[in-house]
Design a protein around this ligand. Structure first.
Ligand code: ADP
Length: 490
């Protein structure tokens, strides 16, 4: 099959969070299974150009319709660790992708609406007729709308669209100017409640809703999250739309690319290890301590790796740091926040613990360092308010770093409590808590730390159970292929 992924992220060249990992990992898996896959991305100035091989101009003069004129674009092609990627570079005063960061500008709606239009225009002009276009999140939600309202009528009759919802909190709610900009000119048609009109703000359009309505199949990133967005308020107002389109909705758990995230072959860690050589993990623990001047003491290292966002449970992360330090643990955090208030909060904490030999907060984005932390830590916390899938707990499992997670979304699908799960003992792999408050997370931390100190053999079994789990792309890859097969134009 011929598949094109259109996305705003792809690891490691453009990665903010899990979306980037998913686009890369799924593409790789589909290729291994004999499919031809290409990825279309914006050519951000902040791409990791050192990770793109053989970048060259692939299409010189692409004119993309935009309002009443057209924007001149160049399309580049390069390999990202073997994946075939096209990068769209517009030449206009607005400098859509020359902003030094991926997201967070006042005109993000325009930036990504333009990207959608440009991706389709490029496919049309370069005669690309994939069986399936796979889009991700609100940034690329206009692709199916534009395909079926404009491009199908001018020759793109073959492609079908699979749309994956990675996070319903961000929907791309915007105004009518986006319709005009992208050539969707029939105002009344698109503002219809069955199409793009936002379910609450009737003067707004909702791009994610448009993606759901127009796609041939919609997936979200774990079965539990699929259930939650249908039956709880986690759908942020899209419940009715999802309900109407429930027959084309499914939950496919994300995979982890074990070629990238695997302690047996990881070139970012000083000591590779596996289940049979688990003791070498502790050499990485030493290396991690050396890197951050943590004292070499008989204590577990608890870590947090991820975006510092409301969704991730900022108060619980903060509470866990205090709790761990006062209960015989060391704590390491790697994260960033685009939200000024949250960033300020963690800079304050960092200063507060500056001289503490058991604590380090690294407030930056550092892919290589994250590997060392996964390998060197004993436990990883993921106390999210909601979590569509979550990759950090799955990566932690692979590295024998026991996850402590809240019972929500993909966390609930992948982590099974050491004491209370109804799974057999050999499938239990971490600690799970329910309540989104301090006693909630304490209940799990208390049990995990107690196990580490008092029953090290049992703790080691938990580590090994986790390392044995298969959260690779093997199963989800097949699920996606089944979906593509179902929707493709035969
Ligand atoms: P989300 O997609 O909500 O951000 P996930 O758990 O699905 O969360 O994916 C997070 C991914 O981003 C993981 O690969 C994690 O290692 C990585 N990551 C997050 N923050 C950082 C950071 N500051 N430095 C390096 N990697 C990070």
């Amino acid at each position: 099959m011929y598949i094109i992924q259109i996305a705003s992220e792809c690891a490691p060249v453009a990665k903010v969070g899990g979306l980037g990992d998913v686009v890369f990992g799924l593409t790789r898996e589909l290729e291994i299974r004999g499919n031809s896959v290409e990825i279309i991305l914006p050519k951000y100035d902040c791409l990791r150009y050192d990770q793109i091989y053989d970048l060259q101009l692939a299409f010189k003069d692409l004119w993309v319709p935009w309002y009443h004129h057209a924007v001149h674009c160049s399309i580049y092609f390069g390999f990202v660790h073997g994946r075939k990627c096209f990068f769209i570079e517009p030449h206009s005063d607005q400098n859509f992708f020359h902003r030094r960061i991926f997201y967070g500008h006042h005109d993000d709606d325009q930036r990504f609406a333009f990207f959608c239009r440009a991706a389709l225009e490029f496919m049309l002009k370069s005669n690309k007729h994939p069986d399936v276009i796979h889009c991700h999140d609100w940034q690329t939600a206009l692709v199916p709308v534009l395909l079926y309202e404009i491009y199908q009528r001018i020759g793109m009759t073959h492609p079908r669209v699979c749309f994956t919802l990675h996070n319903l909190q961000h929907q791309g709610v915007t105004r009518e100017h986006i319709l005009r900009a992208t050539g969707l000119n029939n105002h009344a048609h698109f503002y219809h409640p069955d199409r793009l009109r936002d379910n609450f703000n009737h003067s707004a359009i909702n791009l994610m809703k448009g993606g759901i309505v127009y796609s041939n199949f919609v997936t979200t990133v774990s079965p539990k999250y699929a259930w939650e967005i249908m039956h709880t308020s986690q759908n942020y107002g899209l419940g009715h739309t999802l309900h109407v389109h429930r027959n084309k909705l499914g939950g496919v758990l994300n995979g982890v690319d074990y070629n990238v995230w695997n302690p047996e072959i990881d070139c970012h860690i000083p000591h590779q290890y596996g289940i049979a050589t688990l003791d070498k993990k502790f050499e990485n623990k030493k290396a991690l301590r050396n890197r951050f001047w943590l004292q070499d003491a008989f204590k577990p290292i608890v870590c947090y790796i991820g975006r510092l966002d409301h969704q991730k449970g900022v108060p619980l992360i903060t509470h866990a740091i205090h709790y761990c330090l006062s209960h015989g643990c060391q704590f390491l955090l790697l994260g960033t926040s685009p939200d000024g208030r949250i960033a300020h909060h963690f800079w304050g904490l960092k200063q507060h613990y500056n001289d503490n030999p058991d604590c380090h907060l690294e407030l930056s984005f550092n892919e290589e360092l994250s590997h060392l932390i996964y390998a060197g830590a004993d436990m990883i916390i993921v106390p999210s308010l909601f979590e569509p899938c979550g990759l950090t707990q799955m990566i932690g499992l692979k590295y024998g770093t026991v996850p402590i997670v809240r019972n929500t979304g993909g966390l609930a699908d992948t982590v099974f409590d050491a004491n209370f799960s109804d799974k057999p003992y050999y499938e239990r792999n971490g600690y799970v808590f329910n309540d989104f408050n301090a006693p909630g997370i304490e209940s799990a931390l208390h049990r995990a730390i107690g196990m580490w100190y008092s029953y090290p053999q049992h703790f080691r079994e938990l580590m090994i159970n986790g390392m044995r789990c298969d959260y690779s792309w093997n199963h989800p890859g097949q699920h996606y292929l089944n979906i593509y097969e179902l929707i493709r134009d035969k």
